[in-house]
Structures are given as C-alpha cells and as structure tokens.
Design a protein around this ligand. Structure first.
Ligand SMILES: Cc1cc2nc3c(=O)[nH]c(=O)nc-3n(C[C@H](O)[C@H](O)[C@H](O)COP(=O)(O)OP(=O)(O)OC[C@H]3O[C@@H](n4cnc5c(N)ncnc54)[C@H](O)[C@@H]3O)c2cc1C
Length: 367
C-alpha cells in the first residue's frame, strides 16, 4: 500500500466507501469534497438494491451488481459497527407488478424471480389497484437508506482516522509527465501517492487531468418526490409501469424517478413531478390523498457505454471510480473493494470497466 496518503476527490457514497475500505486495510486516506459529503447523487438516490429488476447493461455488469448485492450485509455490518448509525438495510424483496399482458409475459420469463398471482400480490401489497394481473418478486433484492449510509460512512471514516475536508472548494490534480504529485485547492497542496477521482457526474471535468487520462461522464438528471405515508401502506419496494415506490420506515414513500439527459440542471419541474404522479396514481389510486412531503433532483453519473469506469489510467497514480449511472448505491461495496484491491496491487481490475478503454481506439489510430 502507498506510504504517501491516498487522496480521494469526491465524498459521495463511492468516494467515502473507498476511503473506508482503504483505511480499514491500513492506508492513510484523505478525502476532499468541494461541497457537503454524501449530499449529491448519493443523497438523491432511491437506495434500491435491485440487480435483477433493473435491466443490466452487460453480463460483466450484471455479475458485478450481483456480487455487490451479496457484499451488502457484511459491508453494512462493518459500517454500522464503526459508526453506530443504522442504515436500514432491508433485503425483503422487490415486487414488480404487471398490469398488461406484455408485462406479465416479460415478468413470468424473468430469471431469479417468482411469479405471484393477482390474489397473492394483493395480500402482500393490499394497496395495489384492482387492475393488477400478478407480479414478479425477487426475494434477494431490497433497499438501503442511502442518506443514512452517507452519514454512517462519514462517521466510520472518522473512526478509522480518515481526514475528510468538506466544502473545500474545487480542487485540481497536479502531475508531472508520468504520474500524480498531489492535489491543489483553496486549502493548499496535498501530496498524494495515489489519487482517486470519485466526483460522480462531475468526474469528466476534474482540473489538471491530462486529456489521455480523462473519462467522459454525462450527468443524467433524476427527479423524485416523497409522499407522507401511513405506516405499512406499501411494504416492499414496488415497481409499477412508469415509476417505482420505495417505502422508508420514517413514513416517507419515495416515488421515482425521471431520467433526463439535460446537463447540470437540478430543478424540480412540473412536468417531472406530473409524469411520476400520473404513473403512481394510475397503478395505485389510493396514493392520491397522501400529502407531498418532499421533492428533489440529483445527477446520475452516466458513462459513454453504460458501464462504470473503475481502475487505473494512463497517468501513474491516477485512478477513477465513477460512471455508476443508476446503480451507484448498489455498487458501492464492490467498487470500494475493487479499487482497494487495485491500489494494493492484488487485482488488475475488471477489463470491461477499465478507464483505459476510453482511449484505446485513439491510441490505435495514432500508431
Ligand atoms: C433520482 C436518482 C435515483 C437513484 N436511485 C438509485 C437506486 O435506487 N439504486 C442505486 O444503486 N443507485 C441509484 N441512483 C444512482 C446513484 O445515486 C449514483 O450512481 C451514486 O450515488 C453515485 O455516487 P458518487 O459517489 O459517484 O457521486 P455523488 O454522490 O454525486 O458524489 C460526487 C461528489 O463529488 C463532489 N465533487 C464533484 N466535483 C468535485 C471537485 N472538482 N472537487 C471536489 N469534489 C467534487 C461532489 O460535491 C459530490 O459530493 C440514483 C440516482 C438518482 C439521481
């Protein structure tokens, strides 16, 4: 492991979990965030842990998502133990309800899920409207309260001696022709043996990174809202046509989410809220009388090919962990472990996720 500190730029779930994992293994770690830790996409997300219900981009991605889900209980036990914060991990199943024939055929054919009849699903989730035909339930899936997980990771990092500079302003990487030297920002220069760019949707814009080591990241806006729900009205994460519902045990029912490639715009719009409420009320009319408790939006880090960028680059000591798009909360434990293994020299990384793939075509063209 590097003797000089590992500097992690970005304190979302990805950056904080990497810091936690490295510190657990004995590294000296310094995290820098331009704003509040755990408050960007990692705060805005729905916290679903659903590799089977979400449609994976490729077999390698699916395998990584499943591996991360399997790591969740152990990861959470460690973070909760060091932080004292309960992150409300619930692996009690995700239900996807079918309303049309095509939905039913698709869900009946889906692997690793159990088809339940209309009567069974209405016993499980009585709130579902009369039009439901049945549902697929994936019992291995569930949710975590991602806002609590951010707080827990921050506290666990502090307990392990990680230095976290919040609201540190924009930072820039300093490097010579071969490798990174450190990070410069309003707080001064911090020398680094290795730097991990975990700045989410902003990762393509980090100052000081040479062109040959950059990765293209596109922000994909997601709007959400929360309804104030009587306890137990919705019991499990519930997918319905055009929306999903996530019951939190603080009485909020999250309704999400829009998918909008509109740049760095986090406005909550009438159209965004309208589309989610229309879908939710069409499937579950009983939600119509609930009060709207909260609305928000966040930016998913989208990559060029739908796969994350995790690993080293052509600049020595410069690593990237971003592009997790819709699955960054799910992929937090596996990403942290993979980056820590790569930094320790114990793993080469997963070829499909290598940041080097971005420049492979152009390097070949130059030859
Ligand atoms: C509406 C919505 C719903 C979602 N639902 C789910 C879900 O159910 N399940 C799931 O797995 N995923 C979900 N996601 C995706 C998930 O939230 C993201 O993939 C994940 O949070 C990305 O985490 P991150 O740490 O990479 O980025 P972020 O949480 O965005 O953190 C990046 C951090 O970098 C900092 N930063 C940026 N630039 C700089 C700089 N130059 N210098 C210093 N700091 C900088 C920012 O201030 C920020 O704190 C959802 C996302 C959205 C928006």
């Amino acid at each position: 492991m590097h003797r000089e500190p590992v500097v992690i730029v970005g304190a979302g779930l990805i950056g904080l979990a990497i810091a936690y994992e490295l510190a657990r293994r004995g590294a000296t770690v310094h995290v820098i965030d331009a704003n509040e830790p755990g408050r960007a996409a990692s705060w805005a997300g729905a916290g679903m842990l659903a590799p089977y219900t979400e449609t994976p981009a490729s077999p390698a991605f699916e395998a990584f998502c499943i591996a991360s889900l399997e790591r969740y209980p152990g990861f959470v036990a460690g973070v909760q133990g060091r932080s004292g914060v309960d992150v409300r991990l619930q692996l009690d199943g995700v239900v996807e309800a079918a309303y049309g024939e095509a939905d039913e055929a698709r869900l009946r054919a889906r692997p690793r899920t159990r088809w339940v009849t209309r009567d069974e699903v209405r016993l499980m989730e009585p709130v579902l409207g009369a039009g439901v035909r049945g549902a697929a339930i994936c019992e291995a899936e569930g949710q975590v309260d991602n806002r609590r997980l951010g707080r827990a990771l921050l506290a666990a990092c502090a307990a392990l001696g990680v230095r976290v500079d919040a609201r540190a302003g924009p930072v820039a990487i300093e490097a010579n022709a071969r490798r990174v030297l450190g990070v410069r920002g309003p707080l001064g220069f911090i020398p680094a043996g290795a730097i991990v760019n975990a700045t989410g949707a902003w990762a393509g814009m980090l100052e000081g990174v040479p062109e040959h080591a950059r990765v293209p990241v596109t922000p994909v806006k997601g709007q959400m809202l929360a309804l104030a729900m009587p306890r137990g009205l919705v019991r499990r994460v519930l997918w319905i046509p055009g929306a999903y519902l996530v019951p939190r045990d603080d009485g909020r029912l999250l309704v999400g989410a829009t998918v909008e490639p509109v740049g760095f715009d986090v406005r909550v719009t009438a159209r965004g809220l309208g589309s989610m409420l229309e879908a939710a009320l069409a499937a579950v009319p009983a939600l119509g009388d609930l009060a709207v408790a909260e609305t928000w939006a966040g930016l998913r880090p989208g990559s060029a090919d739908g796969l994350p960028y995790i690993g080293g680059t052509s600049l020595g000591g410069y690593y990237v962990a971003t592009g997790h798009y819709r699955n960054g909360i799910l992929l937090t434990p596996a990403t942290a472990e993979l980056i820590a293994d790569i930094l320790e020299g114990r793993a080469d990384g997963i070829a499909a996720f290598s940041p080097l793939r971005v420049h492979e075509g152009s390097a070949a063209a130059e030859k």
